[in-house]
Write a protein that binds this ligand. Structure first.
Ligand code: GDP
Length: 460
């Protein structure tokens, strides 16, 4: 499959819509000749002979009709130092759907094929420029919601995770070689790891794998965000809190109880962690239909949330409605947000059930205590494992492969301890190796690749 038989592909690589510039990217053996057939430079530049990584000014012309399509800059990049390791041409034209589409149509009419989602990156992988985990990080880089998420994705793209996985594979291969040496030369005194050392080494590798698995939840949160619901009875200050967190007036703040009927979703950047906040209507018995629908949605939002910000109004005593809401959310991970501290009443008393929950006093109206709240959200979610380890996994696919590798290592140890034939131990060790290999893509199938790259956008 890794051959030069790949056809030439093309796609619009910039988002569709109006913009200053749009880019059409072409990759493959025919890329430069296709571009050359539709490009006309006032200086008579022939793209077929220009140096690699050079930019040329001119026009895109329909070769059939001679009609001018757009004024462009064309970048010519010759294999192998390109994104795909193939010849790549990028046409910088004016942004705007019609121009981009017309140029793309021309490129296609000249023999290129429309690229599938992620196909450029897939080629970078198939041609060996990057491994599979690096290729997957491209999508994380594009979708990163905070600087921290972007940093992690870039680290993966630069190969930090691959390096870690390859180190583990190397160690495991060494263990495997020793076990297999025992199989081949059982009688001989092998100058290598003792059986005890082999077990110690397997345990060390297991520990490393475990650490990676444990980091997954946090890695995922950095990438996808933590879902939090703001919950409380009407008028406690939920919308005001959302606004204070967002520092912009998105949700409608109103004095009439029960008017935040729609669930609003927003992302807040909490020290690099994206918090996906759902501002909800108050949970309470409803009398009209719209309100009842709102409550149903609130309860659903609470169930889906990984964190509940339970807002209480400290300007008045807790009442039965607060208690009912507390009952509905007490099974969840909660941060108690005691609002309106600027007008706190002496009669306000924190309910006993909430005493052991993390809490913070704020004034959403005055913007006080918001930083403390953000700090609390961060500290109750992020343990700092990523900072310690310097590498974190963010993909379910990687987690599953690591768990499978771990299971195979446990089986290997077990068979070793039970003095089963060493062939069995070796088989389990090879299995673990293969699972680790899935992460970086040394072991893969067309199905896995299709699944991974179908997540991408076209043009990447
Ligand atoms: P929601 O129904 O829970 O979303 O509550 P709102 O955010 O709409 O707030 C209800 C009322 O309480 C509004 O008049 C807000 O201005 C007021 N409010 C919200 N937070 C505070 C606060 O910290 N202090 C004071 N004094 N009033 C607040």
């Amino acid at each position: 499959m890794i051959s030069s038989e790949f056809d030439t592909i093309a796609a619009i690589s910039t988002p569709l819509g109006e913009g200053g510039i749009g880019i059409i990217r072409i990759s493959g053996k025919e890329a430069i000749s296709i571009a050359n057939r539709i490009f006309q430079s006032s200086k008579g530049v022939n793209l077929l002979v220009v140096k690699t990584h050079t930019i040329h000014y001119g026009f895109i012309i329909d070769p059939e009709t001679g009609q001018k399509i757009d004024e462009v800059l064309v970048t010519v990049m010759r294999a192998p130092n390109t994104y795909t390791r193939e010849d790549v041409v990028e046409i910088n034209c004016h942004g705007g759907y019609v121009t981009l589409k017309r140029i793309l149509d021309l490129v296609i009419s000249q023999g290129a094929r429309l690229a599938e989602p992620g196909e450029f990156t897939k080629r970078a992988f198939l041609r060996g420029r990057i491994d599979l985990s690096q290729a997957e990080s491209v999508i994380d880089l594009i979708r990163a919601k905070t600087e921290q998420a972007q940093k992690i994705a870039l680290e993966h793209l630069s190969g930090r995770l691959s390096k870690k996985i390859n180190e583990l594979r190397d160690s495991l291969m060494r263990v495997c070689a020793h076990v297999e040496a025992y199989i081949d030369f059982p009688e001989e005194d092998i100058d290598g790891l003792t059986q005890e050392e082999i077990q110690t080494e397997i345990n060390r590798i297991k520990e490393e794998i475990n650490k990676l698995i444990e980091g997954y939840e946090e890695g995922k949160i950095y990438m996808e965000g933590l879902r939090a619901a703001i919950v409380g009875k009407p008028n406690v200050g939920k919308s005001s809190l959302l606004n204070a967190l967002l520092m912009k007036d998105r949700a409608i703040v109103t004095e009439i109880p029960g008017t935040t009927r729609d669930i609003i979703e927003e992302y807040v950047n909490i020290k690099g962690m994206p918090l996906k906040i759902v501002d909800t209507a108050g949970i309470r018995e409803a009398h009209d239909l719209v309100e009842a629908e709102g409550i149903k949605r609130t309860l659903r939002a609470v169930e889906l949330a990984q964190l509940v910000l339970l807002v209480l109004d400290s300007s008045r005593p807790i009442d039965s409605l607060d208690e009912e809401i507390i009952n509905r959310v007490i099974h969840k991970k909660i941060i108690v947000v005691i609002n309106k501290k600027d007008i706190k009443s002496k009669e306000f008393c924190l309910p006993e059930v909430l005493k052991d929950k993390p809490r913070v006093e704020i004034s959403a109206l005055k913007g006080e205590g918001i930083e403390e709240l953000k700090e609390l959200i961060f500290n109750t979610t992020i343990s700092g494992k990523y900072e310690q380890e310097g590498v974190v996994i963010t993909k379910m696919r990687h987690k599953i492969a690591l768990e499978n590798a771990l299971q195979a290592l446990n089986n290997a140890l077990q068979s070793f301890k039970e003095k089963e034939p060493l062939e069995i131990t070796a088989m389990f060790l090879r299995e673990a190796l293969s699972f680790l290999g899935q992460i970086v893509g040394v072991v893969t199938t067309e199905d896995i690749l299709n699944l991974i790259f179908s997540e991408f956008c076209i043009g990447k």
